[in-house]
Design a protein around this ligand. Structure first.
Ligand code: KDG
Ligand code: MG
Length: 408
């Protein structure tokens, strides 16, 4: 089964998405997600200029070989642009293999290990009453696990606080602002560290001990600050504390781990299995936050989880709205098949996005399921996609009170 075409489709329904569509000589098509939030066009060029010409004529069944060929023949390994491009090819080939076999991808990965994937949604509020309303709203939508992000007194813009869409068209907080320059936000870690434990105490008092609660530190603390936060949150029994320190300094987690039993999740900006190697082996984390899209696709996601299984480390794949419905479906198939599934992040995509990408996955009673259509189970309506041209968009950045740039 030869690859005869590979098209890169850029569309911006509720936000920018980059999708690779591979076509084979027997007429099968497969989709892969290559969306890199805020740097989308770099991946478009990498695919169109350097990858697509290498795909034509290759055997679409040789997924592992194609992955290794694209990874090793480039010489310049890793990095989010390269790995998002390889991810798109990998997902599209799994999609095609599923369609050729007449099976959903999770069946090819060994079959279902569970009935559905427990998903968490993003509750947030500038004040406690707003936050409580948001948690209740998520519970009404069926979520059984909730990420809690909150305003901090004295700060104007905080990571993860939803800007409510009046049109109802968008659920997500859409941090990537459309426009020619990143917006500036303010940050003060000491104020944050004082405030967050009071919020979790209030949430536990209001919602009781059962509800799994998560929190994202979004790379903003030093190791000792992260250790302090983990320790002060222990009474509130978090499901996890995510990205407590900047992910590139992995040694920081040794220090954090020595001081707290709050479970740790990390890796949404990691690109390869090797980024997790010592974190898993030394048991410095509890959850792998990789996304199929930024991690080279289904093939390496499966590999890192098999490695993690030996250390009782579980999955918590990154599922914000900048992972497209194709990328989300890809990691749902992996999550359903592996034994060491933990939880799946699920922010619902906007209505326009759902018109461009028709999906077979379901969300019922707090559980996701990728569906049983052959392949990944996602189609792309090219005419609908064409209605939404690319719009330049950047993630925000932070400055401290004295003007210093800080991690966002
Ligand atoms: O593009 C950046 C987002 O994917 C990120 O800010 C979302 O941290 C995030 C999360 O945990 O979903
Ligand atoms: Mg995160």
């Amino acid at each position: 089964m030869e690859i005869v075409a590979a098209d890169v489709i850029v569309t911006s329904p509720n936000r920018n998405f980059v999708t690779l569509k591979i076509t084979t000589d027997d007429g099968l098509t497969g989709l892969g997600d290559a969306t890199l939030n805020g740097r989308e066009l770099a991946v478009v060029s990498y695919l169109r200029d350097h990858v697509v010409p290498l795909l034509i004529g290759r055997d679409a069944h040789r997924i592992e070989d194609t992955w290794q060929f694209l990874y090793r023949s480039a010489y310049w390994r890793r990095g989010p642009v390269t790995m998002a491009a390889i991810a798109a090819v990998d997902m599209a080939l799994w999609d095609i293999k599923g369609k050729a076999a007449g099976m959903p991808v999770y069946q090819l990965l060994g079959g279902a290990s569970r009935n559905g994937l427990m998903a968490y949604g993003h509750a947030s509020g500038k004040s406690l009453p707003e936050l409580f309303d948001s948690i209740r709203d998520h519970q009404e939508q069926g979520y059984r696990s909730i990420r809690v992000q909150t305003g901090v007194p004295g700060l104007t813009a905080i990571y993860g606080i939803a800007a409510q869409s009046t049109s109802g068209e968008r659920y997500d907080h859409e941090p990537a602002q459309r426009g020619g320059y990143p917006t500036e936000e303010d940050w003060d870690t000491r104020a944050y560290l004082r405030h967050v434990p009071t919020v979790f105490e209030a949430v536990r008092n209001e919602f009781g001990p059962e509800l799994p609660l998560l929190h994202d530190g979004h790379h903003r603390m030093t190791p000792i600050q992260a250790a302090t936060l983990g320790k002060s949150l222990e009474p509130y029994d978090l499901f996890w504390l995510e990205d407590c320190t900047p992910a590139e300094n992995q040694e920081a987690l040794r220090l954090v781990r020595q001081h707290t039993t709050t479970p740790l999740a990390i890796g949404e900006i990691f690109n390869t299995v090797w980024d997790f190697q010592s974190l898993i082996k030394e048991q410095l984390i509890d959850y792998v936050r990789a996304a199929s899209t930024h991690f080279g696709g289904i093939t390496p996601l499966r590999k890192v989880m098999d490695y993690a299984a030996q250390y009782q480390v579980k999955s918590g794949f990154h599922g914000p709205t900048d992972v497209s419905p194709v990328g989300l479906a890809a990691q749902m198939h992996v999550g359903l098949a592996i034994h060491n599934f933990g939880i799946q992040e699920y922010m619902k995509h906007g209505a326009h996005t759902n018109r461009v990408f028709q999906q077979s996955f379901t969300f019922e009673d707090g559980y996701l399921h990728p569906g049983d259509r052959p392949g990944l189970g996602v189609d792309l309506d090219v005419d609908e996609a064409g209605k939404y041209p690319y719009e330049v968009a950047y993630l925000p950045y932070n400055r401290l009170a004295d003007g210093t740039v800080h991690d966002w």
